[in-house]
Design a protein around this ligand. Structure first.
Ligand SMILES: *Cc1c(COP(=O)(O)O)cnc(C)c1O
Length: 339
């Protein structure tokens, strides 16, 4: 058994021992199967390859000081996958089967769950694809659901530091009544050009505006946006945003901390009124935003004077991490302990 250098982990892929799979055929999902192969043998005419019938999820497992492994809000991921399935006409996976397979794949790969002290975690990647051979454009009749896991390092190796983001008005991620609310690969393919351009220009991510009017904030590539002002947590309401489970959790924690929470349309100009701003998602929990540049309009919005994250973002970040690692009580029932 090879040893893993937990301190050197990044957000990359590392082979683990097992993955789990279930196959949908004749209207039924199979019993979970444990596999050691990293490969899939699929038909060249599978609908996932040609017509994008593919949805995925992302969640994490954490090892606590007590040595117990905790999985964060997996039921929410199961429900969101079902929503994605309805969105692109794939067979829905039962919530119970999703949860059973998450627990199974984590247990089978227990040796890859990073120790508490490392600040690292086990990333869990569920994937559902249409596999039956078809040339005509219609939904597949057969599907494969699989979950693999891979250990990932702490997101903030150099501390919880804000980064600059950019508005690129020449790109959209998702159409107002399109697939933006579903976690499907197609949305990611559609965002690659803008994302690469942002990185080349020195930004960590793109902040998208609504595709129709280019007036309101949408989301930050693979993460939701939030702003803080007057003891209020504000996050955009839109028909093209992916409902982030991290954002949902932060809204609850903000409320627990005595803050007001608003989910509504946010005009771009309102950025100038926020005391703090951040992007949120499973990978980083919160990525604090240093500055947002709207290049075409030649405008900039600043959220940090000293290059440090704001106090409320930091408090929310620490609180959520503490619940995930079991350092603080799980009063909302968000955590499943792997037994
Ligand atoms: C997955 C994802 C998020 C973050 O969701 P979490 O459930 O918090 O991880 C945000 N935006 C998009 C587009 C996503 O795909």
């Amino acid at each position: 058994m090879d040893t893993i250098n937990w301190a050197d982990l990044s957000f990359g892929y590392m082979k683990t021992d097992f993955n789990v799979r279930s196959y949908y055929k004749d209207g039924k999902w199979s019993e979970p199967q444990v596999d050691t192969s990293e490969f899939l043998n699929i038909h060249m005419a599978a609908t996932c390859l040609h017509y994008g019938q593919e949805a995925f999820e992302g969640l994490k497992a954490f090892k606590g000081k007590d040595g117990k492994i905790r999985i964060f809000r997996m039921r929410e991921n199961a429900l969101r996958l079902q929503s994605s399935c309805r969105g692109i006409m794939m067979a829905e996976l039962p919530v119970e089967l999703f949860e059973e397979m998450v627990l199974l794949v984590v247990k089978k790969n227990e040796r890859f769950v990073p120790p508490y002290e490392s600040g690292a975690s086990l990333y869990i990647r569920p994937l559902l694809i249409g596999t039956s051979a078809q040339v005509g454009v219609k939904p597949a009749s057969e599907y494969t659901f699989l979950i693999f896991v891979t250990p990932v390092g702490p997101y903030f190796k150099e501390g919880f530091k804000p980064t600059p983001m950019v508005i690129l008005r020449e790109y959209d991620r998702a159409a107002p009544l399109g697939t933006g609310t579903f976690k499907v690969g197609g949305n990611y393919a559609a965002s690659l050009t803008a994302g690469e351009k942002a990185h080349k220009l020195g930004y960590s991510a793109v902040l998208y505006l609504d595709a129709k009017e280019k007036k309101y904030l949408d989301e930050c590539g693979p993460a939701n946006f939030f702003g803080i002002k007057n003891n209020t947590y504000v996050t955009p309401e839109s028909t093209s945003i992916l409902p982030s489970i991290t954002n949902k959790s932060l809204m609850q924690l903000a409320e627990d901390m005595g803050m007001k929470v608003e989910r509504r349309r946010i005009p771009e100009e309102e950025l100038s009124t926020f005391e703090e701003a951040g992007a949120c998602g499973t990978a980083a929990v919160i990525s604090p935003i240093l500055r947002i540049d709207d290049l075409a309009e030649n405008r900039s919005y600043h959220f940090s004077k000293d290059g440090k994250a704001g106090p409320i973002s930091e408090k929310l970040y620490k609180k959520l991490r503490a619940i995930q690692y079991g350092d603080e009580p799980d009063i909302h029932g968000w955590v499943t302990i792997v037994e």
